[in-house]
Structure formats: structure tokens, C-alpha cells
Write a protein that binds this ligand. Sequence first.
Ligand code: PMP
Length: 361
Amino acid sequence: MKRAINFNAGPAAIPQEVLEKAQAEMLDWKGTGMSVMEVSHRSKEYEELHNHAQSSFREIAGMGGEWKVIFLQGGASTQFPLIPMNFLPEGGCADYLVTGHWSKSAVKEAKRFGKINVRTSEADGVFRRILKQSEIEIDPQAAYVHMTSNNTIFGTQWQYWPEVAGKSLIADMSSDIFSRPIDVSKFACIYAGAQKNLGPSGVVAMAVREDFLARAKEDLSSMFSYKVQQANNSLYNTPPCFSIYILDLTLEWIKKQGGLQGMQKVNDEKARVLYEEIDSSGGYYNNPVEKADRSKMNVVFRLPNEELEEKFVKEAKAAGIIGVKGHRSVGGIRFSIYNANLVDNVKKSVDFMKDFQKRNG
Ligand code: PMP
């Protein structure tokens, strides 16, 4: 068996240890004689797993009991309308810090529910940087501020947590959650689709501070209400049990890597190796974003022309390096080096880059 060097942007690589554990438990999970997919979500065994995943999430993030963890479906994209539905009062407004494709999508959906103020780093239709603190003007009326911590498509990442004049800050951390320590005191709500750093698709993990949740609207359809979801411990209806199971195993794996400090160390090293190769290629590989705002999760770069980029993708695949084509909206190359990617695999890929340049320079 040969495992791919998997740089897919999401769904993405899952730690091998996690997959092996799931494989070993597939036919008989916790002595039930069933897989986790076959047990009742009302069973004692499942509930234990469900609660364990929530407490692991809090433990890893460094969140106290004032934080509630809920599991939601419909992907991060479904939270784009649900956040204003829950937290934007009638006639109110919210501030959105827009630094890439996904934060723009969040704005598009939020606008259906009220007035949205946009602070954006977009220039000429593209995003090459993160907003500076001095550009972030907060509306005194804003019910909350929304940001996207890592821009999966454009390859930029917030390297500081913005000051938002005491407003409640909500962050979509889908593409860098648990890749580095989080100062949770800055946030009222953090959410992420699991399919990059936390496991498989099918579940969104949302942590919300209880005082902020208390402000959520009441008169919503139950499935759209964060209050109802939390009050029912994310078991209002059938949860995505298997996704939560893999999420739980992935959180255990993160703890074993030394938690967020440990993850950061490895992720810093992978990003360093990759950007060093780009920067020392004499412009052959070109990372088009501001250096200070470079993402340590999604490393994007261009080659001298599109034909070479196509060749690069094809030859990388033949060499066992998968998922390196940039997002269809921007082109180029993207290596998504999420938590589960090994330093060694990044080094092997850098060897491939050197060799490719030598042959095609
Ligand atoms: N936010 C970010 C930062 C993302 O990278 C993505 C997916 N790539 C999404 C939101 C959308 O996630 P989903 O597909 O789970 O709706």
C-alpha cells in the first residue's frame, strides 16, 4: 500500500493513526458488535463519544466552561446565513472583515438579513493581503464582527487577532483551526468545517461563549437555532455520528502532538521549508501575496506560465503528490499543508519542485 502525499484543500489528509484506529474498530466499536455508524445516537456509547469530542475541543482550544461546543451540519457555508439569522437583531447591523473568497460568501448571505458593513482588503478583484488594524473601523451599532482567519483560496492568514472595539468577534476558522494557539479571549464564537484540520466533511464544530449565545434570537426554526442546538446538546436530530467519531479521534491525535503549541511548531516548519524553496527559486516559483500575511496552511504559487503549471500538476501526480492545482477561480498551484501533513512529505515535495525547475527552467 502506498499513501499519497495529499495536499488536497478539503476534504484533506487525515492522520494515518486516526484512519488505522477507525479501521481496527470498524466491525466492533467499544464492544458493541457494531460500527459507530450503526449504533443509536441515543445510546450511552455514542453519547459518551459525543461529549468527549466536545470536551476535547474545549481542552485543546483552552476554553473554560463558559464555552459551549455544538456540532452542526450543512458545512461552514450554512453558517453564513445562520449567523446573522441568530445574531443580527431586527434593524441592526454587523461588520464583516473581508479578506478572501469565503468571507465574501459570508457577506453575500448575511446581506439578506440586515445591514452589513464591509471592510475589505480586495484590490483589482483579488486578495493579496490581510487587513491592517488601522483599516478596521468598527460601527458602534454593530451586533458582531465576522472574520475568516485563513483564506484557503488566496493563501493568506491573519497573523494577529484584530481589536474590534469590544464587539463580539466571530471567526470562520475552517482552514486553520487548531493549527496554532488561539487567544480565545478575543472571540465570542469560532466555527470550522471539519474537513481540513479536524477530520472528515459532514460536521461543523462551533464554539460559542454562553453570554453571546444568550443574545441569539428565539423565534427561529429549531434546526436553524443555535440556542435549540445547544440546549439539545447537538442531539436535536440525528447527528453525523461517523464524522464526529473521526473528529474525536483527530482531537486525540492533536493532543498527542503536544496540542496547539505542538501543532504550531510542525506547521511553522512545513511552511518555512516551502516558502524558502519558493523564495530561493529566482522567481521561477512566485508566491503572489504579501510576505507578512502568508498562510501557513495553504501555500499558493505561480510558475512562469500556465502550460508549466499544468505540467507541474501532472508530474506531481505521477510522483504521488496529489491535490496541488490551485482553486479554479485563481489558477496556479496550491499546497494545502494542514495538520495531518508530515514535514517529511513537504520536504519530498520540495525535492520534486527543485527537480521540476531544473528540468523546465
Ligand atoms: N470557509 C472557509 C475558510 C473555507 O475554506 C471553506 C471551504 N473551503 C468554507 C468556508 C466552506 O466550507 P463548506 O464546504 O464546509 O461549506
